[in-house]
Every structure is written in C-alpha cells, then in structure tokens.
Design a binder for this molecule. Structure first.
Ligand code: CP
Ligand code: NVA
Length: 317
C-alpha cells in the first residue's frame, strides 16, 4: 500500500497500484482467515475503539454496507458522511475536511467522482484513506474479485481472464490486480472506451514480473476464447447517465456477456460482475443467474477482503 509523504507510517489504498504482489497475498490470506473465523462464530474484536468515516459523493449498496458491517463485526464503528450533508457541499476544502476528520477518525473511506479528490484526502489526512470507488479506480472491488477467483479456481497465477465492455474504473484496477497476481487479462472494449493507457502500460510492466499477459482488443471473441473467468460491468457507470443512448448503441449487442460468449470460454469458466447489474444489457439473465455465475460470492467477499484491508491499515494485525 502507498506510504504517504506527509506521515511516514500512514498507508493509503487509492488503487491497486498501491499494493505489491506481497501485499495482495497478505490481504488474501487474512481475508480468508477472517472469513473462516466469522463463519465459525469466532470473529475477533480486532478494531474495538476504532472508527471509520465514509464519505459518499455517489450512491452505493455493497460498499457502504460491507464497510459498515465489517467495522461492526470487528468491534468498531462507522460514520456515514453523505458529501451533500457535510460542509464540503458548501465549499469547505478537501484539505480542511481531511485535516478536521483526522482528529476524530482512525480511517477514512471515500467514494468520489474525480480521482484527484481521494488523492487530496489522502495527502492531507493524517489517517489512512481508502478509495471506495472513483471514476478511475475501484481497488476494494478487485480485492474481493481476486479472493473470489482464488476460492473458485484454487489459484490465481496462470489463469486467463476476459473483460467485456467498458474500460472503466473496475477494468483499470482489475488490469493491475491481475498483472500483479499472474492472471493474464484481455479487455475487449469498443474504440474510445478502452482502459487508461497509463494503466495498461503499468499492468504490462507488472506482468513482466509475474508472467501475466495484458491485452486490449475490440473483439470480445478473442478475449473470451478459453477464458477461466469472464467479467463485465455496467455499460453506464455512475455519472455517465447522460451518455446512455450513445453507450447503448456502442456496446449493444457486441459486448454483452451471453451464453454464446460463455461457450467460447472454458467449460468450467466462472462469470463475475461487481454489481449492480442490468440484466439484458451487459449480461443476459441466464448467465447472471446461471450455474457459472459467482456474483453473490463476489459481493459477499467485499466484506471479508475489506475487513483485512481495514485491519492492516489500522495496524490491528
Ligand atoms: N460493486 C460496488 O461497488 O457496489 P456499490 O456501488 O453498491 O457499492
Ligand atoms: N463502473 C461502475 C461500478 C459500480 C460499482 C460505476 O462506476 O458506476
């Protein structure tokens, strides 16, 4: 995780670029342990007395509930801060907000539009800052995804993952997460909707170390062929609603994950989606609700993966 320049011992999680392969391994192991302990009724109050603040500029179901419940399960507290209800809405600066909140909280999670907002929070906060989704990255989702893949495939290194659709925030961080764990990823995206160029470059450099291949194509068939994991996301991310008509015409029907696409993948391939999903658009109902889909495990694993991140950042383990 990224070590802040303002405080030598503070670490933030703003994108998968902040995690080394070893950090990811550690998070996976701890998440698995915490999950097992929780399911056996042996959860430990590792974060007793600690409070997480959660700033939301955008709506959320999974991120909000999994962070909040994760804190409760470990004996801590969570404070929900709608960005429209705090003084940020009236022009108080991110810098002043970060400094103020650092006096009350032990950790801050923020879901923002502009990625530089969460970067600024991290720069000025004296406490660890976690990106709970920005327009550019969604690291917590990728940690849950890697945990889910590991549970179902019993390994990460050597697998082949196909991404179909928008080269969005989830796709950006998935490229980095896969490259760092040895998963070869091909992203099939329409022209103009590719993942960030800088991210593709970074992922390729990471892949050199782990043996993972990184490819971007316009052809979903190329991506899906022999894949172990097929992943998609909404075609219309939060904030892009104004582009709905254009996006629907660009993405539909070519980039939809349907049974024809799943037939190109390996017979034992799994289907993943960070949710929320729009059945009939980026994925058909038969795939989303079918036997290859692991989307509910994936959603649950947000809780377990984030509990591990919270413990590590707040130095509870
Ligand atoms: N996957 C995800 O981040 O879901 P929410 O938008 O519901 O938090
Ligand atoms: N790409 C989607 C992910 C939602 C969890 C969005 O940003 O809306």
């Amino acid at each position: 995780m990224k070590t802040s320049k303002t405080s030598s011992s503070k670490r933030d999680l703003l994108s998968m670029q902040d995690l080394s392969s070893q950090d990811i391994d550690r998070i996976m192991s701890l998440a698995t342990k915490l999950k097992k302990e929780h399911k056996a009724g042996r959860g430990r109050p590792l974060l007793r007395g600690k409070t997480l603040g959660m700033i939301f500029q955008k709506p959320s179901t999974r991120t909000r509930v999994s962070f909040e419940v994760g804190m409760y399960q470990m004996g801590g507290d969570a404070v929900y801060l709608s960005a429209t209800d705090i003084q940020l809405a009236r022009g108080e600066t991110i810098e002043d907000t970060a400094k103020t909140l650092s006096g009350y909280l032990d950790c801050l999670m923020a879901r923002v539009y502009d990625h530089t907002d969460v970067q600024k929070l991290a720069t000025y906060a004296r406490i660890p800052v976690i990106n709970g989704l920005s327009d550019a990255f969604h690291p917590c989702q990728i940690l849950a995804d890697l945990l889910t893949i590991k549970e179902h495939k019993k390994k990460l290194k050597g697998l082949k993952l196909a991404w179909l659709g928008d080269g969005d925030n989830v796709c950006n961080d998935l490229l980095l997460g896969c490259a760092k764990t040895g998963i070869s990823m091909t992203a099939a995206c329409p022209k103009g909707y590719e993942p960030l160029e800088q991210v593709v470059r970074l992922a390729r450099a990471e892949g050199q170390k782990t043996g993972a291949q990184v490819a971007v194509t316009e052809d979903p068939v190329v991506a899906a062929k022999d894949a172990d994991v097929v992943v998609t996301d909404t075609f219309i991310s939060i904030g892009k609603e104004g582009e709905r008509a254009t996006r629907e015409s660009v993405f539909m029907p070519k980039y939809q994950v349907n049974s024809e696409i799943m037939k190109l993948a390996r017979r034992d391939a799994i289907f993943m989606h960070c949710l929320p999903a729009k059945r009939g658009q980026e994925v058909t109902a038969d795939v989303m609700d079918g036997p290859q889909s692991v989307v509910w495990d994936e959603a649950e694993n947000r809780l377990h993966a984030q509990k591990a991140v919270l413990c590590i950042l707040m130095k509870a383990v």
